[in-house]
Design a protein around this ligand. Structure first.
Ligand code: NDP
Length: 246
C-alpha cells in the first residue's frame, strides 16, 4: 500500500504545513484524520476535502492533553478501521534570547513540541503494534541543524524529538514501525506570527518569511514521499528548505 488507501492522522492540521499535508495526502487517496484546537478551521477543511472527493474527519486536539491524542487515534480506527500513519506536526515557537528568561514560553514549547509528540506516540504505538505496522512522521526543523541565537530552546525541543525518534527506531527493528523526521527550513505559514512577541521584530520576521519562505505544499510533498515508500523502506530524515536559506 502506498499513500492511497492509508489512514493518516495529522496534528496541527488547522493551518500551514498540517493543512497543506492534509489536502495533499487526501488528494492522493489517503483517508485523513485531522486534529487541532481551532475546530472551525478543521471542519472547513474536512468539507473542502470531501467536496473534492476525498475522505476526512476531524476532532478537537490539544496535544498537551494525552487523552486528546487517544481520541484522534480512536477516531481514525473507528471511522476507517485502522491507523497507518501519525504525522506529529503541531508545534509552536517562542523566539527570544535565553537571557530573557521566558520561562513560560520555554514550558509551552516543551509541552507542545516534545510532550505533544510523546502523547501521540503513546496513543498510536499500541495500535501500530496490534496491526503489525505503522509509521510515525514528525515535523522538526532546520533550527535544530543550524543553531542560531534566539532559537536555542525551540531548537532544543526539535532536537529532543529527533533524538527520541532515533531511539525509538533502534528499539523497533522488528519491521513493525517506520519513523521519519522532516526538517523544514523557512516555510510561509502563520508560524512566525505567534513566535515573536515584540511587534517591530514580528513585522521584520514576517517580511523575511515572505521574502524567503517556501510554500507549505513543499513540505507536504516531502511527507507524502516518505509515506509512499514500500513497507521495507524507511526514509529516516528529510530536510526541505528554501534554496536561498543560509
Ligand atoms: P502554523 O502556526 O501554521 O501551524 C501550527 C499548527 O500547530 C496549527 O495547526 C496549530 O493549530 C497547531 N498547534 C499549536 N499548538 C497546538 C496544541 N497545543 N495542540 C494542538 N495543535 C496545536 O505553523 P506551521 O505550519 O509552520 O508549523 C507546523 C510545524 O512545522 C511546527 O511543528 C513547526 O515547529 C514546524 N516548522 C515550521 C517552520 C516554518 O518556517 N513555518 C520551519 C520548521 C519547522 P491550533 O492553533 O488550531 O491548535
Amino acid at each position: 500500500m502506498t499513500v492511497q488507501g492509508k489512514v493518516i492522522a495529522i496534528t496541527g492540521a488547522s493551518s500551514g504545513i498540517g493543512e497543506a499535508t492534509a489536502r495533499h495526502l487526501a488528494s492522493l487517496g489517503a483517508a485523513v484524520v485531522l486534529g487541532a484546537r481551532r475546530t472551525e478551521r478543521l471542519d472547513r477543511l474536512v468539507g473542502e476535502i470531501e467536496a473534492a472527493g476525498g475522505e476526512a474527519v476531524a476532532t478537537r486536539v490539544d496535544v498537551t492533553d494525552p487523552d486528546d491524542l487517544h481520541s484522534l487515534v480512536n477516531l481514525g480506527v473507528e471511522r476507517f478501521g485502522r491507523l497507518d500513519v501519525l504525522v506529529g506536526n503541531a508545534g509552536i515557537s517562542k523566539i527570544s534570547p535565553v537571557a530573557d528568561l521566558d520561562v513560560e514560553g520555554w514550558s509551552a514549547m516543551v509541552d507542545v513540541n516534545v510532550k505533544g509528540v510523546l502523547h501521540g506516540i503513546a496513543a498510536a504505538l499500541p495500535v501500530f503494534r496490534r496491526q503489525g505496522g505503522g509509521h510515525l512522521v514528525t515535523v522538526v526543523s532546520t533550527s535544530g541543524l543550524k543553531i542560531v541565537p534566539t532559537q536555542a530552546v525551540y531548537a532544543g525541543t526539535k532536537n529532543a524529538v529527533r533524538t527520541l525518534l532515533e531511539g525509538l527506531r533502534q528499539e523497533s527493528t522488528d519491521g513493525v514501525l517506520r519513523t521519519t523526521s522532516i526538517s523544514p527550513g523557512y516555510v510561509r505559514t502563520e508560524f512566525v506570527d505567534n513566535a515573536v512577541d515584540d511587534p517591530a521584530a514580528r513585522e521584520q520576521a514576517k517580511r523575511n518569511m515572505a521574502e524567503l519562505g517556501i510554500e507549505p505544499s513543499a513540505v507536504a510533498r516531502a511527507i507524502a514521499f516518505a509515506i509512499d515508500q514500500p513497507e521495507d523502506v524507511e526514509i529516516g530524515d528529510l530536510t526541505i528548505r528554501p534554496t536561498r536559506q543560509g
